[in-house]
Each structure stands twice: as structure tokens, then as C-alpha cells.
Write a protein that binds this ligand. Sequence first.
Ligand SMILES: C[S@@+](CC[C@H](N)C(=O)[O-])C[C@H]1O[C@@H](n2cnc3c(N)ncnc32)[C@H](O)[C@@H]1O
Length: 239
Amino acid sequence: MATTFEDAWSVARDVDGWLLESQGRALFEAAQRVPQGTVAVEIGSHRGKSAVLIAMGLPEGVRLTAVDPFDDPRWGGGPESLDMFRANLEKAGVLDRVDLFRGLSEEASAQWTGLPVGFLWVDGAHDIESTLKDFDGWMPHLSKGAELYVHDAFSAVGTTRAILKRFWFSPTVQYTGCARTLVKFRVQPLTLSQRISSFFGITSRLPFFLRMVAIKVSRRRGLHGLERRFMTVDNEPLI
Ligand SMILES: C[S@@+](CC[C@H](N)C(=O)[O-])C[C@H]1O[C@@H](n2cnc3c(N)ncnc32)[C@H](O)[C@@H]1O
């Protein structure tokens, strides 16, 4: 019987991480569409929450490469996070579908000799320099029509600046939607009307970004009442 999102989420929801269920569903469904003859690549694996969802969604025979140095203290990195990553993939029954590159995204992209990348999930460091390296390093390895998903978009300032810098009026990267802070793109040559519609799609996320900045500033200043006002949309947490 085919794996469903509910099967995958029943494992992934207990893994420590920062994904909303709607974002987990978006990853699982994107993984189901990864074409044969290509691979999925994940930048930033932590303890395997997103890797479990992607690997469980992939069609038979399609593999995931997970890239993470597992040593970044900002996310509690260290040998234990690598052990937990492996244990969570094993629990999900997908350890044998995942190749691990233990190192930085820029090292992995520079050395890449694998199949074209049909799905790229960017969830590593969220500063502008790292995110630009993620985009620029992997872009030459993407297959035509590849899907590119980015986490903490229009939330982290660095990630947002990198998206605006590279994709705002790009001739090849089309905004296709979002699940809160997860933003979706497709990479293929665009017509002028696709470029214009992508430009407005990205622009439409800017009010959300201002709201996220307001939350962060309120939090830093100890203005918790204000922070709570910005924090929910339709009674759901914003992030
Ligand atoms: C936000 S966490 C990833 C969360 C993970 N995707 C999940 O679903 O739980 C960020 C991860 O990116 C890793 N990281 C930071 N900089 C990186 C880089 N340049 N290349 C690859 N991984 C990086 C960190 O070690 C950390 O584990």
C-alpha cells in the first residue's frame, strides 16, 4: 500500500524541528512529484524531521541526499543530532533511501557529480551569505522544471534578502506559492507574463515579512502584548 502523508507525519511530528504540519505536507507532496532520473537534495537536516517526510514521499527508486555538517551550535548540532537523524530515518524505514553528505552545502554543491536535482529543499543557515551560496551553488545542478522550496522565507531577514536579490524578477525562477514561511519556486525558462506574475507573487509576501519583523522587534524589546497580537492569523500560530 502506498505511503500517505498521514503515515509520514505520524513519524515526523515527534521529531524535534521547526516545521508546521502544512509545511510537512507541502514537502511530502513535492517529494511525490520528483521525476525518475533525478534526486532530491536537502540542505539542513538537523534531526531528520523534513528528511523523513521527503524520503517517505519519494517515488520508488528516487533518492534523497541530505547535506548537513551536524556541528552547528545554533541548532544544537553535534554527534547526537547525527545519531538522532539516523535513528529517525531508521524508525521511518527510509534509511536506505538517503545519502548523507556531512559538510556544508557549498562543499556539497562544488563536488556534486550525481544525477540532476529534481527537488531542492533549502533549510540550512538563514543568513544572506549562506543562502546565496545555497542558491548559486545548486542552481547549475537543477533539472529543467525542478522544484525549489525554501524555509524561513519572508521570516528570516537573510533568507528573504537572498530571495529578493536572486528571484524577484528572475528569468528562470518562478514563485508558485507558499505554506506560511515555506516558499515554493519552479526553475525553468519563464515567459514575460510568468516573470511578471512571479514578481507580484513574491511582492505579495512582503506584508507578511513586515509582520514577522514586527514580531521579532517586539520580542527583543520585551513588548509581549504586541508580539502576541502579531503572532496569530485565524487563531493559528504564524510560524
Ligand atoms: C533549521 S535546521 C534544519 C531543520 C530540518 N530541515 C528539520 O526539518 O528539522 C538548520 C540545519 O542546517 C544546518 N546547516 C547550517 N549551515 C549549513 C550549511 N551551510 N550547509 C548545510 N547545512 C547547514 C545546521 O547544522 C542545522 O542542522
